[in-house]
Ligand binder design. Structure first.
Ligand code: ATP
Ligand code: MG
Length: 436
């Protein structure tokens, strides 16, 4: 079908246009220059609730709420003066008034037609209630969404705060735990320290016990000779009843005295060693006359010398009042001298010299012409219970030199020796002393 504009001017074309006009989905209302409705289609009847007859001739303002009338008349007049196709109500919502007084939102677009010298205005009217409702619903849900988002945001903030709080708590917990760990470590270390100390003490105790049992086995052997001597001499003394035997009696009494001295020495050695081991020996620094002590030592030692043994003594004349441990000094001298006597034959010379080679340094020198010490054994000499091979026939416990060495450690001194097997030995001791 040809629907050209020419056809539309034909009768059937006009009919078609009329049908379109009448059935259009939008309301179409045509008003004249005075604003009176001259035409209205079906949809506009439905929109406003009037029938055609009621609409025709009505001034258009009847379809608008009263409050807009004045303005509408002004706009309408202006539009007829200067008509241009345009939508109405730009920037504001338009409202339609129904016959029953209801209102509804609408959109209008206008066009202008000249017909048989009459100015006609065509208004295309769309009911936008549904759209408005949808818009409102949309706005509402947007609002709700926004509210929801805000709520969520609030919750997130709250949660964050809680987490921060938790984090802080955790941090302080971690700090506390670290402190506790450090304390634990410290006490563990203390426990360990105590443990090592206890172990050390136990070791010491064990060593001491070993020393004691070793001493007992040694003493039971070493005691036998002097005890036998004492027994036999006492026995013999009992048999010498006559006057002439006095000399023999004295000989045996001296033997007994020597044997007892021997036993006393062994016991003293052991006691010294035990004291040293248990740490009971500490320095007792006192002021005393070296000359007097020197003579005391000589008095004791000369009695034990073998027949023909000569002790050459020498004490530096300047040395008299000194401050040191008198007991240790005496013991060192006695030990070295008794060895010199013990390990030298009769008719030999022993040198005993005390001097001051340096200021505040005391030197003790003991030299003999005895059996000497085999070279291969010299390095073991200061070990506890150590005895050289060439000395096994001579009484001794092997404790004396060990004790001397340890006394010298206490005195911060030292001991050296030189020896040749078969020709003699020289011991030299040095330690610092204080002057009064
Ligand atoms: P004691 O405990 O009665 O002194 P001891 O004399 O055997 O016994 P130490 O004085 O420690 O023990 O001497 C250890 C060893 O060193 C001796 O057994 C001996 O072999 C050797 N010795 C020490 N002094 C001399 C010396 N002047 N001449 C030769 N040997 C020596
Ligand atoms: Mg000795």
């Amino acid at each position: 079908m040809d629907l050209s504009s020419e056809y539309l001017m034909s009768r059937s074309g006009l009919e078609l246009l009329n049908k379109i006009f009448l059935s259009a989905g939008e309301g179409i209302i045509i008003v004249n220059a005075k604003g009176e409705i001259v035409m209205a289609n079906k949809r506009s009847e439905e929109l406003f609730g009037y029938n055609e007859a009621e609409l025709l001739g009505k001034v258009i303002e009847n379809l608008i709420p009263k409050e807009y009338h004045k303005k509408h008349v002004k706009h309408r007049t202006a539009y007829v003066e200067d008509p241009k196709s345009r939508p109405m109500g730009i920037g504001r919502d338009l409202v339609g008034l129904k016959k029953d007084g209801d209102t509804f939102p609408l959109e209008v677009s206008l066009s202008f037609v000249m017909h048989q010298d009459q100015k006609l205005v065509v208004a295309f009217i769309t009911d936008i209630s549904t759209r408005k409702e949808q818009e409102a619903a949309l706005a509402e849900s947007r609002n709700q969404l926004e509210q929801h988002a805000q709520e969520l945001e609030g919750k997130v903030k709250e949660r964050t705060k809680e987490l921060e709080h938790l984090n802080l708590g955790l941090k302080s917990q971690i700090r506390e735990r670290k402190l506790a760990e450090a304390a634990l470590k410290e006490s563990l270390e203390e426990v360990k320290k105590a443990e090592t100390e206890i172990l050390k003490a136990l070791d010491k105790e064990k060593e001491l016990n070993e020393l004691k049992s070793r001493f007992i086995s040694m003493a039971s052997h070493e005691f036998r000779t002097p005890l036998t001597t004492i027994l036999s001499s006492a026995d013999l003394i009992g048999r010498y009843t006559d006057e002439e035997s006095q000399e023999k009696r004295i000989k045996h009494i001296n033997r007994i005295r020597n044997a007892v001295q021997n036993l006393t020495n062994i016991l003293n050695d052991f006691l010294s060693l035990e004291k040293l081991e248990s740490g009971a020996i500490t320095l007792k620094l006192v002021e005393f006359s070296l000359k007097e002590v020197y003579h005391e030592i000589m008095e004791g030692i000369e009695l034990t010398a073998k027949p023909g043994q000569q002790i050459k003594t020498s004490l530096a004349p300047d040395l008299n009042l000194i401050i040191t441990d008198q007991h240790l000094l005496k013991n060192i001298c006695l030990n070295l001298l008794s060895n010199a006597i013990k390990y030298s034959p009769e008719n030999t010379t022993i040198e005993f010299e005390v001097s001051e080679p340096e200021d505040s340094l005391l030197q003790i020198r003991v030299k003999d012409e005895g059996i000497g010490i085999p070279e291969k054994e010299q390095s073991n000499l200061f070990q506890r219970f150590y005895r050289a091979e060439n000395a096994t026939n001579i009484q001794g416990t092997g404790l004396g030199l060990n004790i001397v060495k340890r006394y010298l450690e206490l005195l911060k001194g030292n001991i050296t020796f030189s020896s040749k097997e078969g020709s003699g030995t020289e011991f030299i001791v040095n330690f610092p002393y204080r002057k009064p």
